[in-house]
Ligand binder design. Structure first.
Ligand code: CTP
Ligand code: MG
Length: 233
């Protein structure tokens, strides 16, 4: 039997940069909450058998109402103060799942993740234990230290990470076990945790899409509203 696949929709943040007075994943675009768009993409995917929602404390009831219509949602759990803590809350909720389970961690703030992106992550998980989604950067990215350019990595080697990030559950469990034992742990994304604590595990990068933007600040909500209403590439 094929390993089961769980999508974790991380909605534990409070959206400080958006400044909407409530978590940005509760804002509606195209007539439904951003969180609902994100859940729907995984709920509709034939290979995803289960969706777990991690919600900011104080908003569990709202998340429960949004998640209720989706058949694959098996739980809404409370997140932590950082994204890392929210991922850890999800890993606890998945304690009973076998190590070969495929787990996809997705930012709830990315409402337009689509099936082709999810397919690419799942396909890559056949040969890799950790998979990231990246898009090329249209801008040159430089390393700035003390206000001065310290280095200029070649633009073609640069990638902006999106989500979902996919893992074999056993791999991400192990990485977090090591991370949580490290008093110097700094907040980073899940691939960052694997890269730092399991440096021998290659992280395969597959193509994301420009539509899969993260709603982060007010301008993004305007763009998202347009994207929700039109079928742009
Ligand atoms: N996230 C989370 N738990 C946290 C912080 C973030 O699950 N403690 C989630 C967010 O809900 C979001 C994703 O991680 O879906 C990416 O984070 P980000 O865009 O930074 O969202 P917020 O932390 O909510 O925004 P801000 O940093 O502006 O406060
Ligand atoms: Mg944040």
């Amino acid at each position: 039997m094929a390993a089961r696949t769980v999508a974790v929709v991380l909605a534990g943040g409070i959206g400080e940069r958006m400044g909407a007075g409530r978590p940005k994943q509760l804002i509606e675009v195209g007539g439904r909450p951003i969180l609902a768009h994100a859940i729907a993409a995984f709920d509709a995917h034939p290979e995803v058998g289960e969706v777990l929602v991690v919600m900011a404390a104080g908003h569990l009831r709202e998340a429960g109402v949004i998640a209720a219509p989706f058949r694959s949602v098996t739980g809404v759990v409370e997140g932590g103060a950082t994204r890392t803590a929210s991922t850890v809350a999800a890993l606890r909720a998945l304690e009973g799942h076998p190590d070969d389970t495929r787990v996809l961690f997705h930012d709830a703030a990315r409402p337009f993740v689509d099936a082709p992106v999810i397919d690419r992550v799942l396909d890559a998980l056949d040969g890799h234990d950790a998979v990231a989604v990246g898009v090329p950067s249209p801008d040159t990215i430089v390393v700035v230290e003390d206000g001065v350019v310290a280095s200029m990595p070649p633009r073609e080697t640069m990638s902006r990470f999106q989500t979902p990030q996919g893992f074999r559950l056993g791999t991400i469990r192990k990485a977090y076990e090591l991370a949580l034992a490290d008093p110097a742990l700094r907040a980073t994304d899940d691939c960052g945790i694997v890269h730092r604590y399991l440096p021998d595990v290659p992280i395969r990068v597959v193509a994301g899409s420009e539509r899969n933007l993260k709603v982060t600040q007010p301008l993004d909500a305007v763009v998202a509203e347009h994207l929700a209403r039109r079928d742009l590439p």
